[in-house]
Design a protein around this ligand. Structure first.
Ligand SMILES: Nc1ncnc2c1ncn2[C@@H]1O[C@H](COP(=O)(O)OP(=O)(O)OP(=O)(O)O)[C@@H](O)[C@H]1O
Ligand SMILES: [Mg+2]
Length: 242
């Protein structure tokens, strides 16, 4: 049985302005926590949108759970939870009503939804309309929506964006706990020190391509920090392009 949860082979997606991603070959194995690290505009969100079927590739192959991601779209997406850029929240609905929309689609009941609201620290605001939520509160709600179905693969685009310190620690704990139970994660972040704590593998993106990829244990052995590994690879790429 294939252990690859995601297999991207020579994937290209260029927007009308000719920017996007090129030649992305990337495997994510079951149980991995893969970190995507890269400068603004390097293609992290584009990769994540492709894996969630929000945009279509121009070329290459994307397999998820051993199936073609486009041909078997519905079967594949049932196993994927995601939070990409700003969470899709209905302003006029309460936190729990927003979460129940996702929960129902995912076969989760209200008890589980309340557990996840508690997990992200929103239980006391369960019945409050989302339009009154702060940036971080909306982010917390978005995280609960990504996780409530307990999917096999969770894709989180800058999950700690806007979160306070306890929120950041809380997200780390949730990732670690679910990963121990077998959940695979793909996470992007600009905070190298945060990725370093949760990822077992890291891919560095630069200008729509993978500039470097490695096991976190190897990076730890060879570099003082993930930040150093990132900067070295980015500078190498920049130098090569000059
Ligand atoms: N809808 C779009 N139309 C045109 N170009 C786009 C679109 N979305 C993204 N791009 C371009 O594609 C490239 C990759 O963008 P992407 O959002 O994937 O980057 P990112 O790595 O997520 O950046 P950030 O760290 O700022 O979130 C950028 O050059 C961006 O301007
Ligand atoms: Mg992005």
């Amino acid at each position: 049985m294939a252990t690859e949860t995601v297999r991207m082979d020579a994937v290209k997606k260029l927007y009308k302005n000719k920017r996007g991603i090129r030649n992305i070959t990337l495997d994510v194995n079951k149980g991995d926590v893969l970190g995507l690290l890269g400068p603004n505009g390097s293609g992290k969100t584009t990769i994540m949108k492709l894996l969630c079927g929000l945009i279509k590739k121009d070329a290459g192959e994307v397999k998820m759970f051993g199936l073609d991601a486009e041909e078997s779209f519905e079967r594949v997406m049932r196993k994927v939870g995601s939070l990409i850029e700003a969470p899709a929240i209905y302003k006029k609905l309460s936190a729990i009503d927003n979460l129940m929309l996702t929960a129902r689609m995912r076969g989760a009941d209200e008890k589980r939804a309340m557990q996840y609201l508690e997990r992200v620290g929103l239980l006391q605001y369960a019945n409050e309309r989302a339009e009154r939520f702060s940036l971080g509160m909306k982010q917390r709600l978005g995280l609960s929506m990504a996780l409530v179905g307990e999917p096999e693969l969770v894709i989180l685009d800058e999950p700690v964006n806007g979160l306070d310190i306890e929120g950041v620690v809380g997200v780390r704990e949730i990732i670690e706990e679910l990963n121990k139970k077998g959940t695979t994660f793909i996470i992007s972040s600009h905070i190298a020190s945060e990725l370093e704590k949760v990822c077992n593998r890291v891919a560095v993106l630069y200008d729509g391509e993978i500039a470097a990829e490695n096991e976190m244990s190897d990076i730890e052995r060879r570099y003082p920090s993930l930040e150093e590994y990132f900067l070295e690879n980015i500078r190498k790429r920049r130098g090569a392009l000059l």
